[in-house]
Design a protein around this ligand. Structure first.
Ligand code: UD1
Length: 339
């Protein structure tokens, strides 16, 4: 039986870390990525860490004919579908770009999986499907109101599409993993987040300011109804997220699931404010960060953190990294990139 997994978005941040963990567990991997927000350097990083070469295709998954070639060339035990646009602010500015890319690629992945008899799918969803919640922490049954951004809406739609497909394709198995805020880098410091486009997530901006790539961090809003006035998120180390994917695909391949569609939160359960994240960085780096409190950012939710009981129980997954380790590895990676 094949133990080869197709990773879409394999040169991206979470995709490349997941390839490392799959290799560590003896899986074979094929990656497809059109490098719209990542570089093939990530494959080199994977090789430095694991000694293994990543077989890869540079294909746009919105092109079904080009994507079909990959399914023809390999027999996959499962697909882990990371490839998607992910900037909340940009999705508000350019909604069609997000609806087209994130939805069409997922439709094609599911259609090709069916055509080639690939029965296991892990889908990158997001805690943004919960929007502004009334009760914290959020678990998988927390109601999902209208999405706050087109990006978040593509994740809501993606989940529904997969669930509808699973209802009528009983031999197809899928899990949606709702990530909270993935941060940090591989503990070796040899792989991390390196978006081609301007970073707009908090931790790459913190380390970017500290190294001098950017002048100052603006904290988006200091007047929220939280313990220090700044937004609260559930930051989770990228290697912990990567490990959850290995457990999830293994769970499906070995038929440990008792329902053919399921959804799990992936968070640590700890809410951390923007100022607490900055403090953690200052503590581990021994460096003062240049920041100011600015206006709120459109589309931001006030506070969100996870109840991850369900994933702990089903996948026997545990987080190995706390906020200090997230900052420490992110900083190590930033310093390595500057060398
Ligand atoms: C959002 C989604 C998350 C998704 C991610 C992908 C929510 C709740 N989360 O994360 O699911 O995976 O986008 O990009 O919608 N901040 C600043 N200054 C900055 C940058 C960020 O203060 O320069 C603050 C933000 O206001 C926020 C926190 O830092 O409170 C984290 O922001 P960011 O890293 O952009 O992630 P989210 O928007 O939370």
């Amino acid at each position: 039986m094949s133990n080869c997994i197709l990773i879409t978005g394999g040169s991206g941040y979470i995709g490349s870390h997941t390839i490392i963990e799959l290799f560590n567990k003896g899986f074979e991997v094929v990656s497809v990525d059109n490098q719209s927000n990542s570089s093939v350097n990530a494959y080199e990083n994977v090789k430095k860490i694991t000694g293994k070469e990543v077989k890869s295709y540079s294909v746009d998954l919105c092109n079904i004919d080009a994507s079909r070639v990959i399914f023809k060339n390999h027999q996959f035990a499962g697909v882990i579908h990371f490839a998607a646009y992910k900037a909340v602010g940009e999705s508000v500015e350019e909604p069609l770009k997000y609806y087209h890319n994130n939805i069409a690629s997922l439709v094609n992945i599911i259609a090709l999986s069916k055509e080639f008899g690939v029965r296991n799918l892990i889908f990158s969803s997001s805690c943004s499907v919960y929007g502004n919640v009334e009760k914290l922490p959020v678990d998988e049954n927390t109601p999902r109101p209208k999405a706050e951004s087109p990006y978040a809406y593509t994740k809501q739609i993606g989940e529904v599409m997969i669930q509808d497909f699973c209802k009528v394709n009983k031999d197809f198995n899928a899990i949606a993993l709702r990530y909270f805020n993935p941060v940090g880098a591989h503990p070796s410091g040899l792989n991390g987040e390196s978006p081609i486009n301007k970073p707009n997530n908090l931790v790459p901006i913190i380390t970017g300011v500290a190294i001098g790539k950017m002048a100052q961090l603006t904290v988006y809003g200091g007047d929220y109804p939280t313990r220090d006035g700044t937004c609260v998120r559930d930051y989770i180390h990228v290697s912990d997220i990567a490990n959850a994917h290995v457990l999830a695909i293994d769970y499906l391949i070995n038929s440990k699931n008792n329902t053919n569609y399921d959804v799990f939160n992936l968070g640590t359960g700890n809410g951390v404010s923007v100022l607490e994240a900055i403090n953690a960085f200052e503590k581990i780096s021994g460096q003062k960060l240049n920041y100011k409190i600015g206006p709120r950012r459109e589309g931001d939710v006030i506070a969100v953190y996870s109840d991850s009981t369900k994933v702990y129980q089903a996948l026997k997954w545990k987080c190995a990294h706390n906020i200090d380790s997230m900052m420490e590895t992110a900083w190590k990676w930033e310093k390595n990139m500057a060398k």
